[in-house]
Design a protein around this ligand. Structure first.
Ligand SMILES: Cc1cc2nc3c(=O)[nH]c(=O)nc-3n(C[C@H](O)[C@H](O)[C@H](O)COP(=O)(O)OP(=O)(O)OC[C@H]3O[C@@H](n4cnc5c(N)ncnc54)[C@H](O)[C@@H]3O)c2cc1C
Length: 444
């Protein structure tokens, strides 16, 4: 890949498609590097999943590139206001590092009704967790294994008798999602970028395997490079531009909000509750975290792909998934799951809200970040499989490196304080062989 000289960047035009967290941080980083950036958003910024997210962040992942990426992202978000040059008087909270607690069940303590296969999967999940913690620690993560007594001591509301152990990452937590894309675009604009809302990309002029300009509902926009950061819409955008088919499936996901009707712990203990995952492995994975005075809850479920979803579909909640439709809806199934592990929490109030949005799933749960197979100046930055908000700083770093050509032997070197680490771009190649690529097991 040709390396763009720093001086040559000035005036090189990059068109970023998508007004979410990815588009915002990519625009800001490119603008900082001297590129002339135009960001295009079909509606208003935040129209997609970035405003509908549970907004959690963790470095406890299974694929080394993701672990390292999230270490960088956690660092980026803890320095967000400095890095984006926010005014000192206007720095609302951006990250709360309450930690991530994965609870693992003891197969020997499981209910008699448990099938032998469930016992086996619980045992193998714990074995895999221990190996992963070793890998994460090797990459510099502050992650530890906790025994059930320690879990009980730190979080007395958890029934530790059913646990074999837990993994604990105190640097993990959750983000103020709206601020990410608002401040990201503001920084890009301060550096001269143009952000055009209500400009939907509908097609492209292609010459010699390169895009010369995109057509939008607000006119033609020419560029030297183009970035597809259109989230769950990105396969459609790639198709409209004449790019490759992207292995991304939009799947509906729901969030539930529980309002306590009585305190079950001190306000300080509530505010400090970690993101907690109630069991890992097949049929498990319900999770919760505090969201102000309420508790945010979620759990992934089987659902049909919706490749042609509309903007309005993002907020459509079928009765079977809406908390207000009887106690047999999915929200109460999530509460029942919590009840196995933290009965006091599960029974401290009722559900009072349901929200929804689309995950953009890839076959291996790892994003697609790289140059299109057909168009040599189109970079895809999509397919975040439920972790695009936490990945956005790393997405911006990799996308910018691809465009500047700051890639050595297929790898991107992280900036200080992680300059000893390299991210292999092949792990994110949009054209990779998903039968062979490493899979993320714990996509929640
Ligand atoms: C319920 C839920 C919970 C989640 N929880 C987490 C979590 O805890 N942690 C985490 O990191 N991630 C989470 N995610 C995932 C995360 O929110 C997304 O991966 C992330 O927001 C993607 O950001 P993005 O900028 O890539 O895409 P988006 O925010 O979806 O932005 C894409 C933008 O592209 C625009 N667009 C589409 N087509 C066009 C076009 N033709 N022309 C111009 N613009 C176009 C859209 O309008 C949209 O604004 C969750 C998602 C959901 C739905």
């Amino acid at each position: 890949m040709a390396k763009a000289q720093a001086g040559a960047r000035r005036g090189t035009r990059v068109v970023v498609i998508g007004g979410g967290a990815s588009g915002a941080l990519i625009s800001a980083r490119l603008a900082e590097q001297g590129f002339a950036v135009v960001a295009l958003e079909k509606a208003a910024i935040g129209n997609g999943s970035s405003s509908r997210s549970a907004a959690c962040i963790r470095a406890q992942w299974g694929v080394a590139e993701t672990v390292m990426g999230m270490r960088y992202s956690e660092w980026f978000y803890t320095h967000f206001h400095d890095l984006l040059h926010a005014p000192l008087a206007d720095r609302p909270w951006l990250i709360k590092q309450n930690g991530y607690l994965f609870l693992y069940e003891d197969p020997d303590q499981a209910a008699p009704a448990w099938q032998p296969s469930l016992r086996r999967s619980a045992a193998s999940a714990w074995a895999a967790a221990q190996a992963q913690v070793a890998m994460q620690r090797k990459l510099g993560c502050d992650v530890s294994l906790l025994d059930p007594d320690e879990v009980q001591r730190r979080w007395p509301h958890i029934d530790a008798a059913r646990l074999i152990g837990a993994t604990w990452g105190p640097a993990d937590g959750f983000l103020n999602h709206d601020l990410i894309y608002r401040r990201g675009f503001a920084r890009a604009q301060a550096l001269g970028a143009t952000v055009r809302q209500h400009a939907e990309v509908t097609g492209a002029e292609v010459r010699g395997g390169r895009i010369v300009a995109v057509q939008t509902t607000a006119g033609r926009v020419a560029g030297d490079w183009f970035v597809n950061a259109a989230g769950a819409w990105s396969p459609r955008v790639s198709h409209a531009l004449g790019g490759m088919a992207l292995a991304i499936t939009p799947l509906k996901r729901f969030l539930y909000f529980l309002k306590p009707d009585r305190p079950i712990m001190s306000a300080e203990a509530w505010a400090a509750l970690p993101m907690t995952i109630y069991g890992v492995g097949p049929g498990r994975g319900a999770h919760s975290r505090p969201d102000g005075a309420t508790l945010l809850l979620a759990w992934s479920h089987e659902t049909d792909p919706e490749p042609e979803f509309t903007d309005a579909d993002q907020d459509v909640i079928p009765p079977a998934f809406h908390h207000a439709h009887g106690i047999d809806n999915y929200g109460y199934a999530v509460l029942a799951e919590l009840d196995h592990f933290a009965p006091a929490l599960a029974n401290c109030g009722g559900l009072h809200a349901t929200t929804s949005g689309y995950y953009e799933m890839t076959p291996d749960g790892v994003p697609l970040i790289g140059i299109d197979a057909n168009l040599s100046n189109l970079v895809h930055a999509a397919g975040f499989s439920g972790h695009g908000l936490m990945h956005a700083p790393m997405t911006a770093l990799l996308t910018t490196a691809i465009i500047t050509g700051d890639v050595t032997d297929g790898a991107v070197t992280l900036p200080d304080p992680f300059a000893d680490h390299h991210i292999t771009l092949a792990a994110f190649d949009p054209a990779r062989d998903f039968h062979r690529s490493p899979h993320e097991a714990m996509v929640l």
